[in-house]
Design a protein around this ligand. Structure first.
Ligand code: FAD
Length: 370
């Protein structure tokens, strides 16, 4: 059995694990990412909307509000500096009746409390001028929303990390963690079932939907500090034709999710989703064709001329969620010594949306704790 030592281990090469690794690699050149897949970003980080969120919905005291607003600005600066493709599309939340206009007004007030600027309430005519195909009774224009090519972003984080001497160990499945004499002893199994033991001083668990499973293998960590991770599946359908729509279009949000919205890729192609459904299986990414009618019903509220034959099943992602409370009340959980009393260990749970947007802000926050 092979055995070796490194200063810092990060579990998971998703967008958040990579951002943290890059940040940590400026402090220390012995940082390793352990990733069970053969490539970076194969799980939730390539199964999302790719939206740079503004940070408008979350309660002001939450980590989501803090990291999303900070992360939005950091991400635009980063993308410009490192030539990561992005488009500052802006977004319109569309109301379809008077009651929803009041809801949109409340979103604006919350967003301003969070520090989001330049929001604009639009009447029906103004929405129509910006997006002639969209039907609404009015809406909210959010200028700091955009889309980013998340694969290029992750490659860029990886490049910076490797330039600083960091290394990713692929096909490395973390099975068990022991805590001994202020060091972590990590049991890793590869595809051929070979076992390696890695010892380190600092350990960061950024394993996304599997973060709770990994934390539950840490001996010495009281399980009362490990939240259960629920999974909310989000499916996407792509539109088979190009349409002259240039803003992201969102309905007024629902209780579990932001509602089935229209998102653009950086090449301006259109997709719809995600919906939200509680599931158990962490490996089922199939998209059920029968969901089309539900999608069309939602989409037609703001885009009337779309029919089922124009949609194709695209992909699905799983949101890791630590509480089944209302969407606005749920938060990221970043569990540090103050919570679990083990030094130099950080577990990240429930890093659902807006995790991509927040990646650089989360990375700074985590790295400051070492
Ligand atoms: C449907 C959907 C839409 C979303 N839309 C947006 C959006 O538009 N904008 C936004 O900001 N955010 C969005 N998000 C959230 C965003 O995608 C996530 O917050 C982000 O990708 C989480 O990154 P991560 O690195 O924490 O997790 P992941 O990308 O899941 O990475 C975790 C990594 O850990 C690895 N791993 C797991 N277990 C082990 C193990 N035992 N050993 C070794 N490695 C392991 C996995 O293989 C994986 O590579 C969306 C999420 C979903 C599901």
């Amino acid at each position: 059995m092979d055995k070796f030592y490194t200063n810092t281990v990060i579990i998971g090469a998703g967008v958040v694990g990579l951002a943290i690794a890059k940040e940590m690699s400026y402090k220390n050149n012995e940082v390793i990412i352990l990733e069970k897949e053969g490539k970076i970003g194969q799980i939730t980080s390539s199964r999302n909307s790719g939206v740079i969120h503004a940070g408008i919905y979350y309660h002001s005291h939450t980590l989501k509000a803090k990291f999303c607003v900070e992360g939005n600005q950091l991400l635009y600066e980063y993308a410009k500096k490192f030539n990561v493709p992005f488009v500052n599309t802006k977004k319109i939340i569309v109301a379809n009746n008077e009651e929803q206009i009041a809801q949109v007004q409340a979103i604006k007030e919350q967003a301003e409390l969070n520090g989001v600027q330049h929001l604009e309430i639009l009447n029906e005519k103004q929405v129509n001028q910006l997006e002639p195909l969209i039907k609404s009774a009015g809406g909210l224009l959010v200028p700091s929303t955009g889309v980013i090519d998340q694969h290029s972003l992750m490659q860029s984080y990886l490049g910076e990390f490797e330039n600083n001497g960091g290394m990713v160990s692929y096909n490395s499945n973390v099975k068990k963690i022991n805590v001994m004499n202020n060091r972590f002893k990590i049991t890793v199994v590869d595809k051929e079932n070979n076992t390696t033991i890695i010892e380190c001083d600092n350990l960061i668990n950024a394993a996304g939907i599997f973060a709770s499973d990994i934390a539950n293998t840490i001996d010495g960590l009281d399980k009362k500090y490990v939240p259960y991770t629920y999974l909310a599946k989000g499916n996407y359908f792509s539109l088979n034709k190009k349409l002259p729509i240039y803003h992201l279009i969102y309905p007024v949000p629902e209780k579990i999710s932001l509602g089935i919205h229209l998102t653009l890729e950086v090449d301006n192609s259109i997709k719809f989703g995600p919906d939200a459904e509680w599931v158990e299986d962490p490996h089922d990414y199939s998209v059920n064709e029968n969901l089309k009618s539900k999608f069309i019903k939602s989409i037609n509220k703001y885009l009337p001329d779309i029919s089922e034959d124009m949609l194709s099943p695209s992909y699905a992602g799983l949101r890791p969620i630590t509480s089944k409370e209302d969407r606005v009340k749920r938060d990221f959980t970043i569990s540090t010594f103050e919570n679990h009393q083990i030094e130099n260990l950080i577990n990240l749970y429930g890093i659902e949306s807006p995790g991509l947007t927040s990646s650089l802000a989360i990375a700074r926050y985590v790295a400051e704790r070492f």
